[in-house]
Design a protein around this ligand. Structure first.
Ligand SMILES: [Fe+2]
Ligand SMILES: [Fe+2]
Length: 289
């Protein structure tokens, strides 16, 4: 499904606006950190985030997800070495506020370096480094609402714990009796692997990496934007025991993604050899996108 002629499909001037909004919703706990720099918003930004979610919630239907899986899980867009793919992601240029914004590669390195500094296993560090690679979907012409934003199950009732729940009124699935009940096409504690999540960079990268990384890493990648579950517990009726256990890793990962941002840019050339080694330890030489 595409957006209507009247919609600007990409209301965010950069993808960071969505992530800054998550920080506004879930500020870092603890008095010792300066949070103002993360929450320093002007209202035009909030308006663009609202417009972004209006589109996201209107168009993320069950059929949209199946269509995007059909299109992108063939992995016939591009094939390249992993490091080149990370550089390719970085061509998603952030054109606003060059003083405070970091590019994609810097966010990924800051996330990974914070995980490394805390002494976590190397696959966890690698997960931090690649977790947003799926945003290359933007470079394949996908609108922002099909790439970023909070993710949530489709095929069952949209929770009012999802940000801007009122916008789901415009989603045709909200009026479709197959999809608008508590369980919809699913069953009690059926397990998340049976649940179709809204399409975006999380689900896409999960399918790219699922044969190579340990299961906790795959949960972090696949559900890192599923805030209505890992923060609000809105979909526990769809999780099985295994999901509950593995979600502990999503919780562990989340603060590194949200709170590792710092204006000090990492020196890519110094870090590259370490990350090239990590990539070659776990991942094939090239990635098919
Ligand atoms: Fe992400
Ligand atoms: Fe991220």
């Amino acid at each position: 499904m595409s957006t209507s002629n009247f919609d600007n499909p990409n209301p965010l001037s950069n993808l960071e606006q969505w992530e800054d909004d998550i920080l506004r919703r879930y500020p870092e706990p603890g008095p010792e950190k300066k949070k103002e720099e993360f929450r320093n918003y002007d209202s035009p930004e909030i308006d663009t985030v609202r417009e972004f979610y209006r589109l996201n919630h209107k168009y993320q239907t069950y059929d949209n997800v199946l269509a995007k899986k059909e299109r992108f899980l063939k992995f016939d867009q591009q094939q390249m070495p992993w490091w080149s793919a990370m550089e390719y992601l970085n061509t998603l240029v952030d054109d606003s506020d060059p003083d405070i914004s970091l590019d994609q590669l810097q966010h990924l390195l800051q996330t990974a370096e914070a995980i490394r500094a805390d002494g976590h296993p190397d696959w966890f560090v690698l997960t931090g480094f690649i977790h947003d690679l799926g945003k290359v979907l933007c470079l394949f012409g996908e609108p922002q609402w099909n790439v970023v934003g909070d993710t949530f199950p489709v095929g069952c009732k949209f929770s009012d714990k999802i940000v801007f729940p009122e916008f789901f009124a415009d989603n045709p699935d909200s009026h479709d009796p197959r999809y608008n009940t508590k369980y919809g096409v699913y069953s009690h504690r059926c397990g998340l692997d049976k649940v179709h999540m809204s399409w975006g960079h999380d689900e896409y990268l999960y399918h790219i990496t699922k044969d190579y990384l340990p299961e906790p890493a795959l949960y972090m990648i696949r559900y890192h934007s599923f805030y209505s579950q890992h923060r609000e517990k809105a979909y526990s009726h769809l999780l099985n025991d295994h999901d509950e256990k593995l979600f502990g890793w999503v919780d562990k990962f989340n603060p590194y993604d949200l709170y590792s941002k710092s204006p000090k840019a990492p020196v890519v050339s110094e870090l590259k050899p370490y990350y090239e080694d990590l990539i070659s330890k776990y991942l094939p030489e090239t990635v098919s996108l």
